[in-house]
Design a protein around this ligand. Sequence first.
Ligand SMILES: [Zn+2]
Length: 497
Amino acid sequence: MNENYLKYVGIMRKIMDVNASIAVLSWDQEVYMPEKGADARAQQVATLSGIGHELFVSDELGKVLAELGNDTSLSFEERKNVEETLHDYLEKKKYTTEFVIKMSETVSLSFQAWSKAKDADDFAMFAPALKKLVALKREECELLGYVGHPYNAMLDEHERGATVAELDVLFEDVKKQLIPFIKQVAEQKQNPSEFLFRHFDSKKQWAYGIELLNQMNYDFKAGRQDISSHPFTISFAATDVRVTTRVNENDFREMIWSCIHEGGHALYEQGLNDANYGLPAGEAISLGIHESQSRLWENNIGRSLPYWKCNYARLQEVFPENFGTVSLDEFYKAINVVEPSFIRTAADELTYHFHVIIRYEIEKALIEGTIEVEDLPRLWKEKYKEYLNIDVPSDQKGVLQDIHWSHGSFGYFPTYSLGSFYAAQFFAKASENIPNLEALIEAGNLKPLLEWLRSNIHQDGRLYTAEEICIRVTGEKLNFRYFMDYAKKKFATIYGL
Ligand SMILES: [Zn+2]
């Protein structure tokens, strides 16, 4: 291997060591850290972030990248690593240290204001901090540069290549097809689901969640599960990928499907090639593709009939008092109830996308400057009425529910819908490629599916873009038709349409 390339790999691994250390500290913060540790931890993370940033934007890395850019002896994978790193390098170089510090302070204040405002159910307490943050975000768009709409700069940070022009078309399609279908479903008799909200012992839930993760082939020798207030997946290396979950004793759904969802994220991270630690080829492609993995497991598998044909008897055994007299058919219908609701994270597979579209439309206009922060609660209510026909009762159950804006994460929400749509398209292909996939799922043998995901998606890391991987795996670009086909087939059966 050539000397420059080895030097490049050395620098990248060092940066990754710093970033992975930050990740360990962040994981600890969410899972174990005592309350009083917060200030010291913030400082420790800030110091390491500074070191990581300096290493990345260093002249040393810039020089070696420039030299490797003209090196024709590199293999495909080496060249891709260099190209991707150069892209990241140039992006990070656009930020002045001054701007980074200002952003970090503003985010920190804004997060605190949001937390308090949410508890007090009062958007006005969040508005001044959010106003400052939005102003800074608008500045960031100019700093990053964009073609077309300024919000494209934000989108590109979360889903490279995604644009307003394309998302507008996609979401128009979603509205055109999904609204009439949800209407049709709403006209049917609703299926009972109250048995999902009785008391479920937390220890039993926890143990059952571990069983499901094992069945998915999540590797507990390369990870672990803990409790946190918001479930998440975090990776320190492909050999140490951790998940968290939360248990609600009065809502059985939370623990089970957050376990499966985070498990899906974790299988992706565990499936990356550990030999590529610190290099783009060892990193996930994008948030949309990441979410496609979690949602494929959560919905296409975890909310499917074959999956519960396999697992329901065991579930009845664990919770005889809750499910002893509930049939598999009743259970399956209950976990797939479609009903407009206020909270995005608790939404069903169909109405979910309107939660995303509402946020997309609002943040796009906010970044563009056609609306201002003061307009958010009113617009939020108007849009929930328009798209889901419900009256939002409070800021807490409305505009204050998500953490994203307080973190400055504008452009993140669309990746959730993209994830579901990619998932449907990948799953359709997997069903075509794997003989008897349904029977395998029914038998609890999820390994062939995981192997398919590994060889088609996981193992390549960022060697291909989201669009490229989609074409390589399915033969075409992202196509909403797959989600609609899946949804129609599934919910027409459930609601007897
Ligand atoms: Zn997710």
